[in-house]
Design a protein around this ligand. Structure first.
Ligand code: PLP
Length: 390
């Protein structure tokens, strides 16, 4: 008799997660559990599977490259990594790119780059926002402005200062002679789908320019088309100095990257930073296929259209459903705030065939694949109407 995944997990996997379901298959916006039940997947592996589950172009890229060269280290060029860097650069800040394997590592790269850049003038302090999320390594956990992620892990990494999100005066007050950079999300994802205001972000840009500070955006969740632009900052008509990305970049294959402006492109010199797996041929192939698929299938436009449809439907539901206190988001990164804990409603929606994510205490988060269609949005709305009852 084989042990179930849940039994093996309980005995052998460190209990940092508490999964409730075993998934065995995915196709597009659908996933199936081990009992054969079908779900609409509005979690997309936490804003990762933007091209949908097991997209044919993604499978082909993985299979083709797996037969050619999987890994060769950064001691050698591979044919795909520089092409991917060019593509990311053209879609974002026009400068150079560093490759790593996760969102936390991409933020670490920006943090180290800011310190290296600031070392010439003796500056190292980085201002981040309260209620933010930047990752789980020691430095990115410290950058994360939420004590619940930090408790028990003291001493934290020195050099981080917190300001109020959407409060420019608070950022201004946090600046000291040691400040070198500001790190911010365009929409706070883990914090509960809280969009930055245009005034805050344009004000941040002006403030950082005036004070000679670097402005970085954590685009790990908002990037790769999630909000209906390639990157969240692009809604605001401003240019940051650097961005981090990961989650959706490889359609589920691990890859992260930090991209900067031409002015910052040569701050790192050989030996300053590295990653064994950064930008392997396999990771680069699947990331290129991801970006090309998003382009070819017009998924930015689809994210905007389907996001508007979901948002409209949720707003309509809010007019009659007393549980709902707010609907927020951009593109297909949408949060529904409830006046009750969200976790039980996540479970109810799951029972009814819709996967979504409770985030913060009171928010249900919807981040479906960008390939989602109108019929699937409408079915999700019907399931929510049925599930959001006391
Ligand atoms: C998920 C996330 C991270 C961390 O990414 P990992 O790949 O888990 O290290 C960082 N920042 C934001 C905004 C995220 O959503």
């Amino acid at each position: 008799m084989h042990s179930s995944p849940a039994e093996l997990f309980a005995n052998y996997v460190m209990p940092t997660y508490a999964p409730g379901l075993t998934l065995v298959r995915g196709a597009g916006v659908n996933v199936w559990d081990s009992a054969g039940k079908e779900y609409l997947d509005f979690t997309a592996g936490i804003a990762v599977c933007n091209t949908g589950h097991c997209h044919p172009a993604i499978r082909a890229a993985l299979a083709d490259q797996a037969g050619k060269l999987i890994h060769c280290s950064n001691l050698f060029y591979n044919e795909l990594q520089p092409r991917l860097a060019q593509k990311i650069s053209q879609l974002s800040l026009g400068g150079k790119v560093f490759f790593c394997n996760s969102g936390a590592e991409a933020n670490e790269c920006l943090i180290k780059l800011a310190r290296k850049w600031g070392s010439a003038t003796g500056r190292h302090e980085i201002i981040t926002m309260k209620n933010s999320f930047h990752g789980r390594t020691l430095a990115t956990m410290t950058a994360t402005g939420q004590t619940k992620y930090q408790n028990g892990f003291a001493p934290l990494v020195p050099g981080f200062v917190y300001a109020e999100f959407n409060n420019l005066d608070s950022v201004r007050a946090a600046i000291t002679p040691a400040t070198v950079a500001v790190l911010c999300e365009a929409i706070q994802g883990e914090g509960g789908i809280l969009p930055a205001t245009p005034e805050f972000l344009t004000g941040l840009r002006e403030l950082c320019t005036a004070k000679n500070l670097l402005l970085f955006f954590d685009e790990v969740q908002t990037g790769i088309g999630r909000t209906g632009q390639w990157f969240g900052y692009q809604h605001f008509g401003i240019r940051p100095d650097g961005i981090s990305m990961a989650k959706a970049l490889g359609s589920g294959f691990p890859i992260g990257a930090a991209a900067v402006t031409p002015e910052l492109s040569n701050v790192f010199q050989p030996g300053n930073h590295a990653s064994t797996f950064g930008g392997t041929p396999l990771a680069s192939a699947v990331a290129l296929a991801t970006l090309e698929t998003i382009e070819k299938e017009n998924l930015l436009a689809n994210a905007n259209q389907m996001g508007a449809r979901l948002m409209d439907g949720l707003r309509r539901l809010a007019t009659t459903n007393p549980l709902i206190t707010a609907v927020r988001g951009k593109g297909l990164m949408i949060g529904l705030e409830l006046n009750a804990p969200a976790k039980p409603y996540e479970a109810k929606a799951r029972e009814n065939g819709l996967l979504c994510i409770a985030t913060g205490e009171h928010v249900l988060r919807f981040v479906p694949p960008l390939v989602v269609n109108a019929d699937q949005i409408d079915r999700a709305l019907a399931i929510l109407t049925q599930s959001l009852t006391p």
